[in-house]
Design a protein. Structure first.
Length: 106
């Protein structure tokens, strides 16, 4: 996949974050103690964008070059093979995440 330009990447990232936050909020509303939980946060890097769910850890990593959404292997690194989705997809990459982070491969 071609590299996204910075403006397209920022737009697609914002749309992904909105879709992901909606999934987290839908889950949180079921549990009284999670209502009003802190929103997802973005920590930028040179190659990888780390999306963090405060209180539970790394939500996903997003490859800055391709827009691929990856599961976290640890706090500092993604699982580099098998991206779960891409922020340029029609659903902004929402199909690759659930309320806890990247979906497991089947």
């Amino acid at each position: 996949m071609d590299r996204l330009n910075d403006q397209d990447f920022a737009t697609q990232l914002a749309l992904f974050l909105n879709a992901a936050q909606n999934k987290v909020d839908e889950y949180n509303v079921r549990f009284i103690h999670l209502k009003g939980a802190a929103p997802l946060r973005v920590d930028g890097g040179i190659k990888w964008i780390k999306v963090v769910n405060p209180g539970s850890g790394v939500y996903v990593f997003i490859n800055r070059d391709t827009g691929n959404v990856h599961k976290a292997a640890s706090w500092k690194a993604p699982v580099k093979n098998n991206p779960r989705s891409n922020i340029s997809d029609a659903d902004y990459g929402a199909s690759g995440v659930n309320w806890h982070g990247a979906v497991y491969l089947r």
